[in-house]
Design a protein around this ligand. Structure first.
Ligand code: GDP
Ligand code: MG
Length: 441
């Protein structure tokens, strides 16, 4: 993908803002990348469309190409979709004993994940956990969980041959209450594909257990199929979250995006191997990077943006300290004020400016006023903005007329600019810019 994309990106125009064509060209490739990463077609299509609207018109950071910028935007949008609400990796397990129901297709990693999660709850959260296998279909399935339990030091419900899943679930509940367990985990049987018998069985278990969490365990390598599985289980059983296993393989993890988009349920954990500690909290950034396969570009763009912001701030501060505060600076400040909720927000951030804030309040400066002042500045020429002292009577008249205001309004603006320049200079002297630096953060 990297190569194909960079080819496209080389052709993209180098200009200040992302044009619709830039974005379209880059996103065509991103769409292919998503499909290659096993994201389902409708999900990929919707996602790309949403990004397209967002990206067009955004300015391009210097020192990165428009294509790199698009990748960053796509990456951020991916992270947004993948994240969902709530703390990743958190489980509702108050009110002991809290039942956790593990569901999914056979071989998806339910039993392994049950044990991994039990270990994590025990070690990280200090919980007393009881595990029970309800897999009466597969020979040795119950023993498998028992062996894992011994290995990680977590209790399992004693096996009684011939019991049906619902009876085992009830026994687990009783045992968990009597034994003072915080959590009991029910590891269910799976089929190779979804069938009626499996669903009816899981439903019956759900109804007796009333699980606090119903976690769907999905093989992260199954791609498109994972979506059908998730849809089916969610419709029939109602899941509270997803665990993606085999994310240690070389799959691209596109299932994660599809599943988030289709079910809206949070992905809580990822399985990263067969070992008992190979379970991690789901990290949207990591999976997004993997789906796009362009982690380096994202980091590059982030760094470039930070550097430029820091450089700009630094340059600005140096000028301010020398008392250089022209109309461009004032305009920027005015725009900031509007963004930050008017005068009060702005002034409260400038130490020592409280007095001036009062003055301005007294002068009735509000949002409308700020916009009028910006209009005045907009009517000035480039030269005038950089050197406000050029503004003599005739120029003033022209500017006032151009913005539909009076010369007296312009005079007020000029006074304000001079006051600000003085203030900045004083503050610069006071603490080598320490205060100003503070104020600009
Ligand atoms: P179940 O049928 O859903 O209970 O699946 P199992 O828990 O028995 O797992 C089936 C196989 O997948 C086992 O060999 C596990 O060791 C393996 N497995 C489970 N989770 C992972 C994972 O995250 N990564 C890898 N590489 N293998 C896993
Ligand atoms: Mg199993």
């Amino acid at each position: 993908l990297s190569e194909r994309l960079s080819g496209v990106f080389d052709r993209l125009t180098k200009q200040g803002a992302l044009s619709e064509d830039d974005v379209k060209t880059a996103l065509r490739e991103v769409r292919v990348a998503l499909l290659e990463a096993d994201v389902s077609l409708p999900v990929a299509r919707d996602f790309v469309k949403a990004v397209q609207d967002k990206a067009t018109g955004q300015s391009v950071t210097k020192s990165v190409t428009p294509g790199q910028q698009v990748v960053k935007i796509v990456h951020d949008a991916l992270v947004d979709v993948l994240r969902g609400e709530g703390e990743p990796g958190s489980l509702k397990i108050d009110n002991a004993p809290a039942p956790i129901l593990m569901v999914g297709l056979q071989g998806s990693g339910k039993t392994t994940t049950t044990a991994k999660l039990a270990k994590r709850l025990k070690e990280k959260d200090g919980k007393r956990v009881l595990m029970a296998s309800l897999d009466v279909n597969r020979p040795a399935a119950m023993e498998q969980l028992q062996i894992l339990g011994t290995q990680i030091g977590v209790d399992t419900l004693p096996i009684i041959k011939g019991e049906d899943p619902v009876t085992i679930a009830k026994r687990a509940k009783t045992q968990a209450s009597l034994g003072g367990y915080d959590v009991y985990m029910l590891d269910t049987a799976g089929r190779l594909s979804i069938d009626e018998e499996l669903m009816a069985q899981v439903e019956a278990v759900r109804d007796v257990a009333n699980p606090r969490e119903t976690l769907l365990v999905v093989d992260g390598l199954t791609g498109q199929d994972a979506v059908h599985t998730a849809e089916n289980f969610d419709e029939r059983i109602g899941i509270s979250g997803v665990v993606l296993t085999r994310m240690d393989g070389d799959g691209r993890g596109g299932a994660a995006l599809s599943m988030r988009a289709v079910t809206g349920k949070p992905i809580k954990f990822v399985g990263l191997g067969e070992k008992m500690d190979a379970l991690e909290t789901f990290e949207p950034e990591r999976v997004a990077g993997r789906i796009l396969g362009m982690g380096d570009i994202v980091a590059l763009v982030e760094k470039a943006q930070q550097t430029i912001e820091a450089e700009q701030a630094e340059r600005m501060m140096k000028r301010f300290q020398k008392g250089q505060f022209n109309m461009n600076d004032l305009k920027m400040q005015l725009e900031q004020m509007i963004k930050m909720g008017g005068m009060e927000g702005m002034m409260s951030m400038l130490p020592g400016a409280a007095k001036m804030s009062k003055q301005m309040e007294g002068a009735g400066i509000d949002d409308r006023m700020l916009r009028q002042q910006i209009a005045l500045i907009n009517s000035m020429t480039k030269k005038e903005r950089a050197n406000p002292q050029l503004l003599q009577a005739s120029r003033k008249k022209r500017i006032a007329k151009g913005s539909g205001m009076d010369v007296s309004d312009l005079n007020k603006l000029l006074k304000m600019q001079r006051q600000m320049a003085d203030m900045m200079k004083k503050m610069g002297k006071m603490g080598k810019g320490g205060m100003l630096k503070q104020a600009m953060k």
